[in-house]
Design a protein around this ligand. Structure first.
Ligand SMILES: NC(=O)c1ccc[n+]([C@@H]2O[C@H](COP(=O)([O-])OP(=O)(O)OC[C@H]3O[C@@H](n4cnc5c(N)ncnc54)[C@H](OP(=O)(O)O)[C@@H]3O)[C@@H](O)[C@H]2O)c1
Length: 296
């Protein structure tokens, strides 16, 4: 099969279209012909091998994972002996490393694709929407009526976070740049702040939960807009330096917040079937609609 592979770290020039071995279907696996795969910041980190500290996992001198990509949507081609849930021909979507390829064999995190979303839309869901769901529901413990601020509401994670927070009953404020204000409003945000024109840390609104996708603000700035018992969930951070990358922002905020009444949480999203099923239901019910920026 064909796949996009890389054998060294670097800019997009290191990526090559090559012939690689097609995965065998395992007894507990589902072989999927990939119809669409989406790109996440994690793929950029995997491609560049940055920050250097991450190479302990990614491979010290060259990438352990030749094929990047995690999110996919496609059609089941074959199923293992133990699989009763899927049949060849089913349209599915899920998360499995190596999705920038014609086929993936996936064991757990795969569910049927709702008919009301396209392959491209479904492929945009897994990592970004799982991050939004787990950040809001598990780490942020969002409750109906909570005032939620999403800093970075117009990107992959943010567009899901706005819609999931609304589905969970929150009052949502989204922060984004001018060109995305209408988009963020159109997906259901109650209030939208254009960060190029207004500093949300300088107004009177207070929040029970801040989901920080952009990582653009210091702890003292975030604290100003948080209620005393609020939670700050750090999802993303600027790329930072080549050695420790986004970790520097996360460590700084956590240390600065040590003596505060507010909780600060950082987490890495987990790709799992139970949460994929929650997202499948939200898509099917029309409560969440993936936003696709560009197709390649
Ligand atoms: N913890 C985890 O498990 C996990 C999982 C997935 C992603 N992430 C991280 O989350 C971050 C975002 O991922 P993504 O896929 O959503 O990326 P993305 O699609 O590039 O979105 C970035 C968002 O940040 C906004 N933004 C940029 N500068 C900003 C600023 N100064 N103030 C406020 N918002 C600003 C952008 O808004 P405009 O475009 O309107 O400027 C956009 O909404 C990345 O750092 C990624 O590594 C973490």
């Amino acid at each position: 099969m064909k796949a996009i592979v890389h054998d060294r770290y670097g800019s997009p020039d290191v990526l090559e279209l090559q012939e690689v071995e097609k995965p065998n279907v395992t007894d507990d696996g589902v072989l999927v012909r990939v119809r669409a795969a989406s790109v996440n910041p994690a793929d950029w980190y995997g491609m560049t091998g940055l920050p250097y500290v991450g190479r302990a996992l990614m491979g010290l001198f060259k990438p352990k994972q030749r094929v990047l990509g995690v999110d996919f949507a496609g059609t089941v081609e074959a199923v293992g002996e133990d699989i009763t849930e899927f049949r060849p021909g089913d349209d599915v979507f899920g998360g499995r490393s190596g999705s920038f390829a014609e086929y993936v064999c996936v064991r757990n995190a795969v569910v049927l694709k709702p008919a009301n979303v396209t392959f491209e839309q479904a492929a945009a869901v897994p990592i970004a929407a799982l991050t939004a769901l787990q950040g809001l529901r598990d780490k942020g413990q969002v409750q109906p009526g909570h005032k939620v601020l999403i800093n970075g509401a117009s990107g992959g994670v943010g567009t899901f976070a706005v819609q999931i927070a609304k589905a969970l009953g929150a009052e949502v404020t989204g922060v984004c740049s001018t060109r995305n204000v209408d988009l963020v409003r159109s997906i259901g945000a109650d209030h939208v702040v254009d960060y190029t024109r207004e500093d949300f840390t300088r107004n009177d609104r207070r929040y029970d939960l801040m989901l920080d996708v952009a990582g653009s603000r210091s702890w003292s700035e975030c604290k100003r807009v948080l209620n005393p018992q609020a939670t700050l969930v750090i999802v993303g951070a600027p790329k930072g330096n080549r050695l420790i990358g986004p970790l520097s922002h996360i460590v700084k905020v956590r240390l600065a917040a040590l003596r505060s009444s507010q909780r600060v949480v950082f987490f890495i999203a987990k790709v799992n079937k139970a949460d994929m099923e929650v997202l499948q239901e939200l898509l099917e019910a029309g409560k969440v609609t993936p936003v696709v920026d560009r197709r390649y």
